[in-house]
Design a protein around this ligand. Structure first.
Ligand code: AMP
Length: 437
């Protein structure tokens, strides 16, 4: 199938050519004609399937041809995190480079003045996180009465993060006659309820099941006392094949501590968690993407929705209690590698979580031991630093939001059980995105 057969605007096609895409991904082939026809759409697809272009390309085509009144915002894209907003914005700008459309972003954690200005001027497209947008709408910034298109991207994550009330408040202020597109990695009962609430006679496009990354990614478990995890990580990183490493920790303090230790041993490391300012987080991501830092230490929530190509290894420094988080984390890598693309450091207090995961994915993970590592080294005498955080873990925090306060502008509400509602490994297409380095 060729992009030219889908009915996209020639200027959009030119941008697609520039991006180097030769053929549409399954979600693009399925969704683009539906969106161009003006119907509401439920797209079941996850990051990495080409979902952003699937809704952006037809949206731009429609905006390029539809009537517009000056000052009116015509399309609103809602996404769960600042990072995702920035990513969608980058995509939209690239695909819209031959069109004269105004695009602006709205998200928390940064000064609101430029965003207020953009809302006042009225961009054609606003890409926003729900919290900050609602805040600005409540203060009457922006004219939303001309909205023709609404996109709810990563709707399942927005629900997980407690954004439903904010989304409801935003949507209440939009015209009823509009096209609504909802993209989600899973079709849970909650998502179905949301589609009934916000969409009208939607068509669904669900791309073929992708094999569970827990089955295809090469994985390894290192059973190790908790106090030896930092030393083991440091030693594992002596292997140069661990080129671009995403390390997950449960708590933001843990992330900082690991990063400090790695930096001290000469390994360039950045951190990504909700205590860092927006600029610090964007800088950390950029440095990781362009190879200036080798290791990025992140909490689950801060790392959500982030699509970084070329990650060679994911390391679970803390083992995630929710199997869905494990599957989500290790889906970030994808190279066959001798030591395992996904490495989990599992201490005795986490062995129940490991067993839960193994039941969930219906297989046992291979156990490995690092040659020459002293697994019996005693715990060091406590230092003032070790009292501050939970590296010597106390009682497990309840609910996922206690792990990181989350990147939502208003602070998302606790999600309760910890796993994604309607759980299970996310489904997506068999498409593997191009790797841009
Ligand atoms: P997304 O699922 O939107 O996060 O996209 C994942 C990656 O796939 C991004 O780096 C896109 O630039 C890339 N991509 C999107 N559509 C195509 C396509 N048709 N061919 C090749 N790469 C694509």
């Amino acid at each position: 199938m060729d992009f030219r057969q889908l009915g996209l605007d020639p200027r959009v096609l030119r941008a697609v050519d520039d991006a180097g895409y030769t053929e549409p991904t399954p979600i693009q082939a399925g969704a683009i004609p539906v969106i161009l026809s003006g119907k509401d759409l439920i797209g079941i697809a996850q990051t990495g399937t080409g979902k952003t272009a699937a809704f952006t390309l037809p949206l731009l085509t429609r905006l390029a041809t539809e009537h517009s009144s000056p000052g009116h915002i015509r399309a609103l894209i809602l996404a769960p995190t600042r990072e995702l907003v920035v990513q969608i914005h980058d995509n939209v700008r690239a695909y819209a480079q031959y069109l004269s459309l105004g695009v602006a972003t709205v998200f928390g954690g940064v000064g609101e003045k430029p965003q207020i200005e953009a809302l006042r001027r009225g961009a054609d497209i606003i890409i926003a996180t729900p919290g900050r947008l609602l805040d600005l709408m409540a203060r009457r910034y922006g004219n939303f009465s001309g909205i023709q298109h609404l996109v709810l991207d990563e709707a399942d994550r927005m629900l997980d993060m407690g954004f439903l009330p904010a989304i409801r408040d935003v949507v209440r202020q939009l015209p009823r006659r509009r096209q609504t597109l909802l993209v989600s990695a899973t079709l849970s009962r909650e998502i179905e309820a949301v589609t009934r609430e916000f969409l009208q006679s939607p068509q669904s496009v669900e791309i073929g099941k992708r094999s569970n990354p827990a089955e295809t990614v090469s994985q390894a478990v290192y059973e190790v006392p908790r106090h030896l995890k930092p030393a083991l990580l440091q030693q594992l990183l002596r292997d140069p094949s661990l080129e671009m490493v995403l390390v997950f920790t449960r708590m933001k303090h843990g992330a900082d501590r690991i990063a400090r230790r790695l930096e001290q041993s000469g390994i360039r490391t950045a951190t990504l968690h909700s205590n860092r300012s927006q600029n610090q987080r964007l800088r950390a991501l950029a440095e990781f993407k362009d190879g200036a830092v080798r290791v990025l230490v992140a909490t689950d929530i801060a790392a959500r929705g982030i699509d970084v190509d070329g990650i060679s290894h994911v390391v679970n420094f803390d083992f995630p209690p929710a199997p869905e988080d494990y599957v989500h984390r290790i889906g970030r890598t994808g190279r066959a590698n001798a030591v395992g693309d996904a490495i989990s450091l599992v201490s005795p207090d986490e062995s129940d979580d490991l067993r839960t995961l193994e039941r969930f994915i219906h297989r046992a993970l291979p156990r490995k031991r690092l040659e020459g590592f002293d697994y019996s080294a005693p715990a060091p005498a406590p230092t003032p630093d070790s009292h501050r955080g939970p590296s010597h873990r106390g009682p497990r925090p309840q609910g996922r939001m206690s792990r990181d306060s989350g990147p939502g502008d208003r602070g998302p509400r606790p999600a309760g059980g910890g796993g994604r509602p309607g759980g299970g490994p996310a489904r997506g297409g068999t498409f593997r995105p191009r790797r841009f380095r």
